[in-house]
Structure formats: C-alpha cells, structure tokens
Design a protein around this ligand. Structure first.
Ligand SMILES: Cc1cc2nc3c(=O)[nH]c(=O)nc-3n(C[C@H](O)[C@H](O)[C@H](O)COP(=O)(O)OP(=O)(O)OC[C@H]3O[C@@H](n4cnc5c(N)ncnc54)[C@H](O)[C@@H]3O)c2cc1C
Length: 412
C-alpha cells in the first residue's frame, strides 16, 4: 500500500483459498509470499466439485476456461434412495442452463496444479509453518508473521489456514471455534466400473453416498454418516464402508470392491455454526475455511474459498494509500460475510435433512423430494439458486501486473 515500494502480502496456507488469493493479488501487482506448513503442495487424494459461481470467479483471474475444459458430467444424474429409486432427476444441460455453465468435477491435485502454475516459482514456501504475531494497523505498523526462518513484515496478511485456523485464533481469541457437525466423511478415487452409471447422490438413514466421474476416466466417490467424533474403524475404513453401504444400489458395491483400503480418506466434519462478526482486523483478513468452514453437503466450501480469493483481489489495490486498506478490508467483509454465513447455514440444514436417522422421517423426506421434483426443474438444482448463479462484483481487475498486461497485449 505504499507509493514507493511494492506492497507486500503474506498468505498463510496454500489450500485452494490461499492459492487463489495469491494468484489474484499477484495479478494486481502485490508482492506475494505464501507460507505452507506441509512439506509439499500434494493435496489429499480426492475429487472436488466446482460450480459455475467459482468458475466465474476463476474467469476474473484468467483460469476459468482451463478448469471448464475439465468438465466430465454429461447426461443424466440426480438423487436416489439406497435401493436405487430416483428421488430427483436432472441432467448436465439443465444444470448448465440454470446456472450459466457446467459443474466441473476434478481431482484436487489438478486444481492445485492449475492455481500453482499461475504463480511464479518462488512465491510458495513449503515446510513453513507460520504464526501471526501482530495483525498490524492500517496506516500504521505492519503486520508480522513468525516462521522458523524468521519474522516477515507485511502490508497485508491473509489467513487461509483452514478450519482450525491459527490466524483466526490470534485475531479473535474469544471466538469458540468450529464445532463437530455430528458426522464423518469418506472419500476415495477408483477406476471406473465396467457397467456405466449416472452420477448420483444417494440419501439413506443417517448416511449418504455420492459417485461422480472425473474427466480422466476415474471415479470420485464420497460418503458421510453419523459417527462419534474421532472414531476410526479397527479393521480399516473400506470394511467400515462395506458394512454401511455394501448393499446399496449399483455402482456403490462395485466402487467399494475397487477401493484400496489405504486410499480411503476419512475426515470428521467441523463447521462454524456461529459466524464471525467480521473477517478482518488490522491488516489481517481471513478467507476460506478459516473464515466460514461449512458442512460439505452443498459442495461449496472450496467454491467459496475461490470466490473469497478473487473478491479480495478486487478490493485490494496495491497502489491505494495505506489508510485505505482498512476500508478495503471492511468492504471485503461486507461483501463476503452475509453470503458465506447464509451458505454455512444452508449446508448445515441440508446435512440434517440428508442424514435423518428415523425411518418415518426419512420416508416423508423422500416422498417430499419426489413430489418437489415433479415440476419443470429438479429440486436438486433449485437448492442451489442464489448460490451457483453468483457473479463476481467486477469481471476483471482494473490493473494487473506488467507481465500480465504484456501477455494480453501479445495475445491481442
Ligand atoms: C468430504 C468433503 C468433500 C468436499 N467436497 C467439496 C466439493 O465438492 N466442492 C467444494 O467446493 N468444497 C468441498 N469440500 C470443502 C473444501 O474441501 C474446503 O472448503 C476447502 O478445501 C477449503 O480450502 P481452504 O484453502 O480454505 O483451506 P484448506 O484446504 O484447509 O487449506 C489450508 C492450508 O493451510 C495450511 N496451514 C494450516 N495451518 C498453517 C500454518 N500455521 N502455517 C502454514 N500453513 C498452514 C494447511 O496445511 C493447508 O494446506 C469438501 C470437504 C469435505 C470434507
């Protein structure tokens, strides 16, 4: 934020949110450093669904087209009951038409590669656990982040360090933190079964299962079930999945047969059922799961992290005066907090509905779902109105890096 030297931003965490923010700020002309405590950028081996809202955000930083090319879902899909009966049917064309673009399912590693390759090689430092020691003061002292290699001073710090965010703990020590949502999840990527199937999410009693194709021909499957927090199966998670889902409709048994026990990921779900009052303090701002961790039932956590990163870039002009930083961060909070708070609440509501334990309640739910889907548009799509049709506040940045401008001039 100074006229003389390049403004410096330090991003804590190189997940989807941190990398997106890094790309956005780099394109705006910030000097960016990303600190990641893991030794490498290899993400957990599972899939992720990106909806038209985050793809439009990625358009702002020039990456939407690359990701859209990875779209795999063509044809029918929808919601089913464990015996295979359809509760709500839709197809990829209807989804595209309703939200202005396709849903893209891709491997997390692919998404991280796309984001990482939009950054110069020296921006991301791995093996660099970071602690915020001073949130800084706009127009006053810089923010300070501590690493083993020493302290870094910054005009701006972005806490993109996930659901158990240490940056959040320093900024808002009285905040109670994310709470257990009451269910655990499993994820696995397997080769496609021989017999074809339409992509689906299947709701049972206290359990759900989803199977989605990836562009590379493999299958991404996820499951959720009520379970005690911290629980782990003594005979492996594949055996646990077989017990809970082994008699569900095709292709669930085939996916389970193909799954390698060591590659089945299990994570308990924590969400921020109490929203923060603000996402920023001093020169420091929270994004992604650090700001608004949500249940994965709408598949929006990563999508919202991407929106955050891009919108943050839109608010932060590196050439603006130091004093304007506070106003820019307040504008970011005003843009993002109401939207993400609504999506956190809706995701929790859908999780409750999806995982009803009682047989009579689940039967009523299934009947209502079928009836609600008899109209011209499937309920499975209507639930995403107001979420997937989001547009970024501005389509592009007013200013980009000299490198970016030169590339654009060359392409023109
Ligand atoms: C089963 C399941 C399925 C999901 N499916 C979807 C989906 O289909 N679509 C979707 O949009 N979302 C989905 N999500 C949610 C999504 O995974 C998260 O919302 C998203 O990954 C959050 O990104 P993030 O960058 O905010 O945080 P994270 O991905 O958690 O990244 C935080 C990073 O910060 C690093 N870090 C932490 N502390 C420090 C420190 N002190 N110093 C340095 N680095 C640190 C961590 O190592 C990590 O790399 C799903 C979640 C689950 C559990």
């Amino acid at each position: 934020m100074s006229q003389q030297k390049q403004a410096r931003a330090v991003v804590v965490g190189s997940g989807i949110g941190g990398l997106t923010a890094a790309v956005a700020l780099h394109q705006r002309g910030w000097q960016v450093t990303v600190l990641e405590r893991a030794e490498s950028l290899d993400p957990v081996g599972a899939g992720i669904g990106l909806a038209p809202n985050s793809l439009r955000a990625l358009d702002v930083i020039g990456l939407g087209g690359t990701v859209r090319d990875l779209a795999a879902w063509q044809g029918e899909g929808g919601m089913r009951a464990p015996n295979g009966r359809w509760l709500s049917r839709t197809d990829s064309a209807a989804a595209s038409e309703r939200f202005g673009g396709p849903l893209v399912l891709l491997h997390r590693a692919t998404l991280v590669d796309v984001l990482r390759s939009a950054l110069p090689g020296d921006i991301v430092r791995t093996g660099a656990a970071a602690t915020l020691v001073d949130a800084g003061e706009p127009g006053g002292r810089p923010a300070v982040v501590r690493t083993e290699a020493g302290d870094l001073q910054a005009d701006l710090v972005i806490g993109a360090d996930g659901v158990r965010s240490g940056v959040r703990g320093v900024l808002f020590p009285a905040y109670p933190g994310a709470v257990y949502a009451g269910f655990t999840t499993w994820r696995v990527v397997v080769p496609a079964p021989a017999e074809p199937f339409p992509p689906h999410e299947t709701w049972g009693r206290g359990r759900l299962w989803g199977t989605q194709p990836l562009k590379d021909g493999r299958i991404y499957a996820y499951a959720a079930a009520h379970a005690a927090v911290g629980g782990r199966s003594t005979d492996g998670e594949k055996a646990e999945l077989l017990r809970r889902f082994g008699d569900w409709h095709h292709p669930v048994p085939q996916i389970l047969a193909a799954a390698e026990d060591a590659k089945v990921l299990r994570h308990d779900v924590f969400h921020m059922s109490t929203p923060l009052d603000t996402f920023h303090k001093g020169r420091t701002v929270l994004i992604g799961d650090a700001a608004h961790a949500m249940c994965p039932t709408m598949g929006q956590g990563g999508n919202q992290s991407i929106e955050d990163g891009v919108v943050l870039g839109q608010h932060l002009d590196p050439a603006a005066s130091q004093a304007q930083l506070g106003a820019a961060l307040a504008a970011f909070t005003a843009d993002r907090l109401p939207r993400t708070t609504g999506i956190v609440a809706k995701s929790a509501k859908i999780a409750k509905l999806a995982m009803l334990d009682s047989a009579p309640a689940a039967a009523v739910r299934d009947t209502l779902l079928r009836l609600a889907s008899l109209g011209p548009s499937a309920l499975a799509l209507r639930a995403f109105d107001g979420v997937c049709d989001w547009q970024p506040p501005q389509r592009t940045y007013a200013a980009r890096t000299p490198v970016h401008q030169a590339r654009q001039a060359h392409q023109a």
